[in-house]
Design a protein around this ligand. Structure first.
Ligand SMILES: *[C@@H]1O[C@H](CO)[C@@H](O)[C@H](O)[C@H]1NC(C)=O
Ligand SMILES: *[C@@H]1O[C@H](CO)[C@@H](O)[C@H](O)[C@H]1NC(C)=O
Ligand SMILES: *[C@@H]1O[C@H](CO)[C@@H](O)[C@H](O)[C@H]1NC(C)=O
Length: 828
């Protein structure tokens, strides 16, 4: 039941305006001001021509007839759109303050998009350079999309745009169904109409798609909704048996072409206490060419009178070939309510193993087209499996080679060399395969973008912010504030309010800073001193990326660069360990700008438990930023080397040490949260250990291969620390201090198990994600991390409170810090 949420949230890839997969010939417009502002220049983040598409100015005030049209060549599920004005390196200053969107599946019937509250006009840009992203709620299923700027003649309008989503593999073009009805429940009206249907609605609904395909499953209680400020019953389309004397509701589904169907999944409400139940039987007819097949299939699900939760009922369609399906759903009680119907068919097979389908939509010659988004819900799982199998095969092959050669008594030295060479080639392609596309981003605004480019693993690491879904408790902040300052080549970053993502020391990821705070922080000058480069001695490479590297270095004379409040115990004239992040000399201007911004913000973070920016080398290339590094390395490695002092042993330390460390992490996080900074990847691997068990929070995780197993790769592009992430971060892409609190709970758990095992080590990545779905559904089926053997009860209680489903019920870092101090006193 949870899969569609997940799928929809990863269905946010750019469809190719900025990167060029959408060809010039597929971009057209109602008019153009000149050849250099033709439709083909309307590509987000591209500066070709005169820097944007600009229509010819003519006609009426409030002209709504100008449009920029994109033909995607096949049906797509569009979840997000991005717009930008004409900047042209500072010469241009035209942009669309508001616009509308029209879309079409067949190129002839055009539908005006409206948001869930029925509003058509979308707030656009406020300046010529920033990219503004808008969530499409409801999402659009279409092949053609038109951007229609509202032109009021107070200023000229130019646009650059991008669409985000994925291919619509269901292939459903329309469904025809009886109108949803109205229920009266203890005096309250429940409106079970299809609220976002885009076809014709008179006595029945025809030729459209709507609620049943919008990727949003209804809640268990149909009177409530995911969506804010709508009528009760919003999520469902429902019917009563009183209006259907033959006992069933018939819905006809039409598809883009003949498909080989495996299953249909129907998301049904089952609140039997209100006489709502899943259907008791479904009979489906298939139409392949022109005629309906005589023999239908029929299926009766097991009725569930125990569990009132909404669920997907899966109906096997036995590989029937059809271009239309007509299903009769039989009532089993007075009411029947559906929120989603999806079809699984042979698409993946057609796309990957056969030539382009004869009856299918035109396929592009461009081989790179839709490589990104052709992954289906099913493929997500398959890809992970395939990668895994490939790795296993490679290992086996290598192993066999080694073995054979040993038998052949080939010189041992040669053998080793060869093996190392092939292994390193393998690992390189695996790590960098998704990051080799040239960056074409020109971001003027503060953003995290650079470091995604600097560190190839960076963008993956950011992926969580792209997993966005809105559920009831969050939807207040939806449409109108869903604006993002910047887009990165992959998928854009989303934030409920203006959030600036700030990269941390080594570019893994890091703090998300509210734009407001960011302004306050970065307003002043950089308060960091220049460090003489020659006093740095290289020791070890900590991480590396496309535009930079992170080195572990020894620095001489660093004490002069540390102010009084510095809790860094340096003895005069001794060298100290520092992490040095360097920007390669050939990094582009944007990378440099972002590097400077990061320095500004890092320089404001001053807390004894947060890694500090010590100095910079800015006088010459490569630019460097020098941050603390702690002699004992990270907490994960540190703890793995130790054991608790229960019996006599070396390498052990007492519970109070552990406790002291946990309090420091809480204290550091308390500081970050007081600035509204969200860390996003709190874990023992990101805490550094110094003398006397001092702890400082950093953000190294992702740039190091050592911990790649802690991150989950989606579709080969996204990498998430899912075992540390709260349910809402995984399902909704929602990162807040409360999700940091969740991660703190997991970090605490790691510490009390001495990092001897990964969290949920008995679960596969997929199972961890499924478990997240259980947290969301909250039917007591979720699995919590177990109480570690040595863990005192109050500490485990604290962990559990961090994993509270309700974000508001999780403790704040202030409270956690307090609790830890109190517990400490008790336990000592
Ligand atoms: C569905 O019902 C609500 C409540 O009466 C109404 O406001 C809305 O316009 C209806 N939607 C459609 C598409 O008929
Ligand atoms: C539909 O797909 C199944 C499984 O892939 C296959 O066995 C069957 O032959 C296909 N049917 C047709 C008519 O192509
Ligand atoms: C509707 O369903 C209820 C419960 O199954 C049944 O008692 C009632 O007779 C049905 N009404 C009609 C008109 O079929």
């Amino acid at each position: 039941a949870f899969f569609p949420y997940f799928w929809k949230s990863v269905c946010r890839s750019p469809l190719g305006m900025s990167r060029g997969q959408i060809l010039d010939e597929d971009i057209s417009a109602s008019s153009q001001w000149s050849d250099s502002t033709a439709a083909k220049y309307g590509r987000l983040d591209c500066e070709e021509g005169d820097g944007a598409w600009c229509p010819e100015i003519a006609g009426e005030p409030d002209n709504m007839n100008e449009f920029l049209q994109i033909d995607l060549r096949s049906l797509h599920f569009i979840t997000l759109v991005g717009t930008q004005g004409r900047h042209a390196g500072g010469i241009g200053n035209e942009f669309a303050q508001t616009y509308k969107i029209k879309y079409s599946r067949d190129g002839s019937r055009w539908i005006s998009w409206r948001n869930r509250q029925g509003k058509e006009v979308i707030e656009g840009n406020r300046n010529a350079y920033d990219i503004v992203l808008k969530d499409m709620e409801p999402p659009i299923i279409a092949r053609f999309v038109r951007f229609m700027p509202v032109i009021d003649h107070s200023m000229n309008v130019c646009m650059r745009v991008e669409l985000y989503g994925c291919e619509w593999l269901d292939g459903l073009v329309s469904y025809n169904s009886p109108l949803g009805q109205q229920m009266t429940l203890s005096g309250q009206h429940i409106y079970l109409n299809d609220s976002v249907y885009d076809g014709a609605m008179s006595y029945s609904m025809t030729e459209g798609l709507g609620q049943l395909t919008d990727g949003m499953c209804g809640l268990d209680d149909f009177t409530h909704s995911h969506v804010y400020n709508v009528w009760p019953g919003y999520d469902y389309v429902g019917w009563t048996n009183e209006s259907f004397l033959n006992g069933y509701v018939e819905i006809m589904f039409e598809f883009d072409r003949t498909r080989n169907f495996t299953t249909m999944k129907v998301h049904c409400n089952n609140m039997f206490s209100h006489r709502v139940k899943t259907f008791q039987k479904v009979v489906c007819y298939f139409r392949s060419e022109l005629d309906w097949e005589a023999t239908p299939i029929s299926f009766s699900p097991v009725m569930d009178d125990v569990n009132p939760s909404a669920r997907f009922v899966t109906v096997s369609l036995y590989n029937h070939m059809a271009s239309a399906i007509k299903c009769q759903y039989y009532f089993s009680d007075i009411w029947m309510m559906f929120s989603e119907i999806t079809f699984q068919s042979d698409t993946a097979m057609y796309n990957t193993t056969l030539a382009p389908p004869k009856t299918g939509p035109p396929t592009r010659d461009d081989p790179t087209h839709k490589v990104d988004d052709s992954n289906t819900r099913i493929l997500i799982g398959c890809l992970v499996a395939i990668i895994f199998i490939l790795v296993v095969i490679i290992v086996i092959i290598l192993w066999r080679q080694v073995w054979q050669k040993m038998l052949e008594k080939v010189s041992r030295r040669m053998l080793d060399d060869e093996l190392t060479a092939s292994l390193s080639i393998q690992s390189e392609t695996f790590t960098y395969n998704n990051n080799n596309s040239p960056s074409s981003v020109s971001s003027e605004q503060e953003s995290n973008s650079t470091y995604e480019r600097i560190f190839p693993l960076g963008p993956d690491y950011q992926e969580p912010s792209r997993l966005v879904r809105k559920l009831p408790e969050f939807s207040q902040t939806s449409e109108d504030t869903g604006e993002i300052q910047n887009v990165q080549e992959g998928v854009p970053h989303y934030a409920e309010a203006d959030i600036v993502n700030l990269q941390g020391v080594t570019g893994g990821n890091t703090y998300a800073v509210p734009a407001l705070t960011m302004d306050l922080l970065s307003g002043k000058d950089v308060a960091v001193d220049e460090f003489p480069r020659k006093l740095l001695t290289f020791k070890e490479k900590l991480g590396e990326g496309q535009f930079g590297e992170v080195h572990l270095c020894e620095a001489e004379g660093m004490q002069d660069f540390m102010d009084e409040d510095f809790s860094f115990d340096v003895i005069e004239n001794q060298t100290v360990l520092v992490a040095v992040k360097m920007l390669r000399a050939d990094a582009n201007k944007n990378a440099r700008n972002d590097f400077l911004k990061e320095i500004k913000i890092m320089s404001r973070l001053k807390d004894p438990n947060i890694i500090r920016l010590l100095a910079v080398c800015m006088s010459s290339d490569p630019l460097c930023m020098i941050t603390e590094y702690m002699e004992n390395g990270d907490l994960n490695q540190f703890l793995s080397r130790h054991e608790l002092c229960l019996t006599f042993c070396f390498n052990c330390f007492s519970y109070s040490n552990l406790h002291h460390m946990a309090s420091q992490i809480a204290s550091g996080m308390k500081y970050l949260s007081s600035l509204n900074f969200v860390h996003r990847d709190l874990a023992t691997r990101n805490c550094l250990v110094g003398k006397n068990y001092t702890i400082k929070i950093a953000d190294f995780g992702m740039s190091r291969n050592l911990y790649s197993g802690d991150y989950y790769r989606i579709q080969g592009r996204a990498v998430l620390p899912i075992r540390w992430m709260s349910w809402e971060s995984i399902l909704l892409g929602k990162f807040t201090t409360s999700s940091d609190v969740w991660a703190f709970g997991v970090t605490l758990w790691e510490m009390l198990t001495f990092c001897k095992e990964q969290p949920y080590s008995q679960l596969s990545d997929e199972q961890v994600i499924e478990n997240t779905g259980e947290f969301f559904r909250d039917q007591r089926r979720q699995i919590y991390l177990p109480q570690p053997p040595m863990c005192p009860d109050p500490i485990y209680k604290l962990m559990l409170s961090c994993w509270n489903r309700n974000t508001k019920e999780r403790p704040s870092f202030q409270e956690i810090h307090h609790t830890l101090l109190d517990c400490g006193a008790e336990l000592l």
